[in-house]
Structures are given as structure tokens and as C-alpha cells.
Design a binder for this molecule. Structure first.
Ligand SMILES: [Zn+2]
Length: 84
């Protein structure tokens, strides 16, 4: 079992949360806003990293808020969380 630290509620059981994916991706802006390839990469292209990873989590069965977690994907060790 993994305890995930929600910035608003504190540590809770992982079953209260929904994983939201990579939080390091930047939404296309400026001239790239109309580039289908930029949107394709933003929405679908994901790295399958082993190690420290910044990701979104949603406290689905709690406060209902999104936040970021830094987690090691191989050990599930969590280094911290913050508001988005
Ligand atoms: Zn919460």
C-alpha cells in the first residue's frame, strides 16, 4: 500500500486517488497552439521513465483536487507533493 500526501488533506491511502500522468509536459502555446503534431505529442506521447517522476494525482474520494507528486516509479517512494 502506498500513502499519498494530498497537500490539502495529508497522507491518505492510494485507493482514494486517481493517477493523472506526467506533470512535466507543457501545453502547446503561441504558434504551436495550431500545430496538430505539437498537440499529438502533448496528449499521447509519454516516456516510460524508471526513477524519479513528476506526476499528477487526483484526490477522487477525498477533497476532489488535483496536485503534483514526485515519486520514484520503481520503488514507489514519494519525495513530496505540491499544489499545481
Ligand atoms: Zn485531498
Amino acid at each position: 500500500m502506498m500513502l499519498i500526501p494530498c497537500p490539502w488533506c495529508g497522507e491518505r491511502n492510494e485507493h482514494e486517488f486517481t493517477h493523472g500522468g506526467d506533470a512535466s509536459k507543457v501545453m502547446p502555446s503561441g504558434e504551436q497552439q495550431t500545430d496538430p503534431e505539437a498537440w499529438y505529442q502533448f496528449v499521447f506521447e509519454r516516456d516510460n521513465l524508471a526513477g524519479e517522476y513528476l506526476e499528477y494525482w487526483h484526490h477522487s474520494y477525498g477533497c476532489g483536487k488535483w496536485f503534483k507528486v514526485t515519486r520514484n516509479t520503481t520503488s514507489n517512494e514519494i519525495y513530496g507533493s505540491c499544489k499545481p
